[in-house]
Design a protein around this ligand. Structure first.
Ligand SMILES: [Zn+2]
Length: 222
């Protein structure tokens, strides 16, 4: 039954099956204490990689500090992506920017799917709220990765009716998986609240999960 299937606890159990280390993926995206490539101390690797990136700009990054003023640019967002999300298919990202979108106070980022002839083209524009994305390297990582889950979902929906994206249920499906990514990467534990139990959810729930997108798993994470 829809109602029991949609209870968040049931759902979470189902989803966790997909990312179980003994499952189809063969690695362990859950938790933040181990690296994705089997090396202990993934967090340390993350920080080292960030320091190294800052050094290419002649900047010594001090852990715990916000991202240095000089690096708060669109160009740096791109450099960050190249290091931490190296396999992300960026040809589908038409924009990766802190400019061009007016955010609500609490919004950290947004991904806008491109429309063509009333269809989803598979291309997206990604904007970040500069009041959050530069808080720390970890913030940049989590905010960017969350939006990249949405980019990947828009790629998966290529060719489908654009009006799909204006439904609450589709929004719920997309956010459910994006929050799951946040959580599995160690951001924080979420209790996801479904706002809808539309039957269409069943047709998309498996297709839009992040573990389908290998470039969101082969990453350097905090
Ligand atoms: Zn989201």
């Amino acid at each position: 039954m829809m109602s029991s299937f949609l209870s968040p606890d049931n759902y979470m159990q189902d989803l966790l099956k997909y990312v179980d280390p003994s499952g189809e993926n063969g690695n362990e995206p859950q938790g933040n204490s181990s690296g994705n490539h089997g090396s202990p101390g993934g967090g340390k690797t993350f920080l080292e990689a960030f320091k190294k990136l800052c050094k290419t700009h002649g900047i010594e990054y001090e852990p715990g500090k916000p991202i240095p003023e000089k690096l708060r640019t669109d160009a740096f967002l791109k450099e960050f992506q190249e290091v931490f999300f190296p396999e992300m298919p960026m040809e589908y990202v038409l924009k990766l920017s802190i400019h061009g979108y007016v955010f609500g106070k609490k919004d950290e980022g947004v991904t806008i799917a491109q429309q063509g002839n009333d269809l989803i083209t598979g291309y997206s524009r990604v904007y970040f709220n500069e009041n959050y994305v530069f808080d720390s390297p970890e913030s940049m990582f989590y905010i960017m990765g969350h939006e990249f889950v949405h980019v990947s979902q828009n790629m998966e929906l290529m060719g489908e009716d654009y009006s799909l994206l204006n439904t609450i249920w589709m929004n719920d499906v997309k956010e459910f998986h994006a929050y799951q990514w946040d959580q599995d990467m160690g951001k924080r534990h979420y209790k996801f609240e479904w706002r809808s139990n539309d039957n269409n959810i069943m047709n998309y729930i498996d297709r839009l999960k992040y573990s389908n997108f290998y470039w969101l798993i082969n990453i350097i994470h905090p």
